[in-house]
Each structure stands twice: as C-alpha cells, then as structure tokens.
Design a protein around this ligand. Structure first.
Ligand SMILES: [Zn+2]
Length: 166
C-alpha cells in the first residue's frame, strides 16, 4: 500500500498537537494521522486533512478546531479535505495507539484479524481494563459508528474497540 508521506512544517507541529479528535480527546490530529500536510505559503497555513471515517461528523469539527488553533497563534489558514488515498487506521501513530488504549479504547488490529474479531470468529481483542483476550463482541457499533462494543468475560467490563479501516 502506498501511503503519501506526511509533510508538516516544524513550526506548525506544536499547534496541531494541541488539536484533539473531538471523539477521542486524548488523541491529537497528528497522532490520529488525519493531517496529511501543513505548510505555510505566503503567510497562510495550508492544511490538508483526510477524514477518518467518511460521513464522520467529527471532521467538520476537526477542521474548525484546526482553524481556531492556528488563528490563536496568528495564522490564517486554508483547510483542504483530501479524500484519496483514504485514511486508514495504520496512520495512527504508535503514540496515538498507546493513548487510545490508555483512554480505554482497544486499538485497531490488522485487517484480517479485525474481520475475525468483528465476525466473532476469534478472541483477539484485548480488554482495555485487564488485558484479557477472553472478550466478546456485543455490538458492531459502539459509542460511535467508528467503534465496536466489546465486553470482557473476565472482568465483566464493557469497552470500545476502534475498528480497523482500510
Ligand atoms: Zn477485562
């Protein structure tokens, strides 16, 4: 799979690191991998973002949040949506995956394993509370369409699993 290389200007990184995914307040738009490029051209910050899940209402919010964060630092900005190549959960950074788990959302598996997990074929999704893989799928859709709801058979706690998306 070809993943377009991210190009993010160094001075914009600290600003974008402060913009969080509205649904997952511990994950910055950089860790989420939605910012494809961020450059300054003739005093305007030009940001290209790729929506995570198509139709995810969070994307409008993310665009606005990025604009606001840049404005606060004195940058005018232009936000452009890039739909191709489509965002994949592979773009979540290792730091982002850790943050997800710490927040109580199981990080996405690879696509094959993801399918098995969502079809209930295999027990591979780890409980975010106790780490057990003795978990079961409760619903394909968790608190949002991007997540599935699992329940741990060992500690009995429910948790969200961030679905893999290619
Ligand atoms: Zn558990």
């Amino acid at each position: 799979m070809v993943t377009e290389k991210q190009h993010i200007e160094a001075e914009l990184i600290p600003i974008l690191e402060q913009v969080y995914d509205p649904e997952i307040p511990v994950l910055s738009v950089l860790d989420m991998g939605v910012v494809r490029s961020a450059v300054i051209e003739s005093d305007i910050a030009k940001i290209k973002i790729t929506p995570t899940y198509s139709g995810c209402p969070a994307m409008d919010v993310i665009g606005d949040d990025i604009r606001k964060a840049l404005k606060q630092k004195g940058y005018e900005s232009e936000i452009e949506l890039i739909l191709s190549p489509a965002w994949t959960t592979d773009w979540i950074t290792p730091k982002g995956r850790k943050a997800l788990e710490a927040f109580g959302i199981a990080a996405p598996l690879d696509p094959e394993a993801d399918k098995d997990a969502l079809l209930g074929n295999k027990k591979i999704v780890k409980c975010t509370h106790c780490g057990s893989t003795n978990t079961k799928l409760i619903s394909q859709f968790g608190s949002t369409a991007c997540k599935a709801l699992f329940k741990c058979n060992d500690c009995n706690e429910p948790f969200d699993y961030f679905k893999c998306l290619k």
